[in-house]
Design a protein around this ligand. Structure first.
Ligand code: ACO
Length: 374
């Protein structure tokens, strides 16, 4: 045993996984061995969700069965709908989505069954119901009527339908699908590690995902996609982007959507997402966002050699699609449920309680004085 402290567990390998890896030979994130760029071009989010949860890409029979299970589990209870309509309208949607997964744990008939089969069924229910709950809050807080899910629609189409009452053109849906594919999984990041840590005490999947959502909320993790949009809103116009960046760097402030603990010369998910961001920008006749994007990207690389991460292109893409900024990270949640669930099941299959050590630097041993002597 060594006394050396590795803050942030930097460089520490804590376990094995078969879910995903950044493969050095192709310099890309891979899910179960498949490069994400390849998956984005050739698969739907449902196929990738199946892959992450089951280990292999589905054939058409397996995919149809999987889609049927997801589609027939989309409805949420009246109780949950009531809760969503009664939470404070100003509540952050990440806090709402964290609460709804927790409530689903109260309502689920298999909460205490942690067998692999029950965990897979619960993962499917969380995957199917969370978008419905999120879309319900999207509308409820604006005083709009909640829209029930439609089983004929794909996962992404249905999410648009439940939020806006209509499905946009297929290029927009594809861009959204790509963002979900890219957000679905990323190995031992902080939220996944949180989920695995909770699971390691043999707690349940709803609890582990609830904790993971709390962890994803932070601006150093998933919360960055919202912060990217807030930053772009502050910059306002492309001609102000360069000076804004110089000023921010001079003040030694972090530029949101840049940098990554794993990728030091570019996030392998960014080129795919950027491609679809530009498609959406063209369809929406965007004049500003893509220009601000290009300036910040170029200047950050030139000045700091720091590259954008996935949150940089997703932020403005979701904005152009019409989503409220504080819904960006909850959208990340509806996708990452797949990765978290796969890791939770992997942790169960080969569990060891996660319990690191710390180096004590507090007071030396002290004697307790009785209250009236202190
Ligand atoms: N803006 C300005 N400087 C940065 C940035 C940034 N976005 N990212 C890293 N740096 C600088 C740091 O200031 C530090 O400089 P120094 O050595 O002079 O002190 C150096 O680069 C190393 O950065 P660390 O923070 O030590 O790198 P670490 O691997 O710990 O952090 C992190 C990675 C937290 C993602 C960081 O890059 C960051 O804060 N980025 C902004 C937040 C963000 O976009 N998060 C999204 C992550 S991806 C995702 O969740 C999908």
């Amino acid at each position: 045993m060594t006394d050396e402290i590795k803050k942030g567990l930097l460089g520490i390998v804590v376990d094995e996984t078969t879910v995903s890896q950044v493969m050095p030979e192709i310099n890309s994130l891979t899910y179960r061995g498949y490069a994400v760029q390849d998956l984005c071009e050739k698969c739907s989010f449902e196929e990738v969700a199946y892959l992450i949860l089951n280990g292999n890409l589905p054939n058409s029979i397996q995919l149809n069965k999987f889609m049927k299970e997801e589609r027939t589990n989309r409805n949420i209870t009246i109780n949950l709908r009531e809760i969503i309509t009664h939470v404070p309208k100003k509540a952050h949607p990440m806090d709402v989505v964290r609460t709804v997964v927790s409530v689903m744990g109260l309502e689920d008939k298999e909460t205490v069954d942690n067998s692999p089969e029950a965990n897979m069924r619960k993962a499917m229910r969380i995957l199917a119901k969370t978008p419905t709950a999120l879309a319900a809050f999207f509308r409820a807080r604006k005083g709009k009527k909640i829209i029930k899910p439609k089983n004929k629609l794909s996962f992404s189409e249905n999410f648009f339908y439940m939020c806006f009452g209509k499905v946009p053109q297929k290029e927009i849906v594809k861009a959204f699908d790509v963002s979900l594919i890219l957000y679905a999984e990323h190995s031992f990041n902080v939220s996944t590690f949180t989920a695995r840590t909770i699971t390691s005490s043999l707690s349940d999947i709803h609890g582990a995902i609830t904790g993971a959502i709390a962890s994803l909320k932070g601006p150093l993790h998933g919360g960055a996609n919202e912060e990217v949009m807030n930053m772009i809103k502050k910059i306002k116009t492309p001609n102000k982007a360069k000076n804004w960046l110089i000023d921010t760097l001079n003040k030694k402030q972090v530029v949101m959507g840049f940098g990554h603990r794993v990728y030091k010369s570019g996030d392998s998910r960014v080129p795919s997402m950027k491609k679809y961001f530009l498609k959406v920008a063209k369809i929406k006749k965007d004049k500003k966002l893509h220009k601000i994007y290009d300036i910040l990207e170029k200047e950050m690389i030139e000045r700091k050699n720091i590259y954008p991460n996935l949150d940089f292109p997703t932020g403005p893409t979701y904005h152009l699609m019409g989503f409220d900024t504080d819904f960006f990270t909850p959208i990340f949640v509806i996708s990452r449920i797949t990765g978290w669930s796969a890791h939770i099941m992997e942790q169960y299959a080969s569990n060891k309680l996660i319990r690191p050590l710390s180096k004590y630097k507090g007071s030396k041993h002290r004697k307790v004085m009785l209250l009236n002597n202190r």
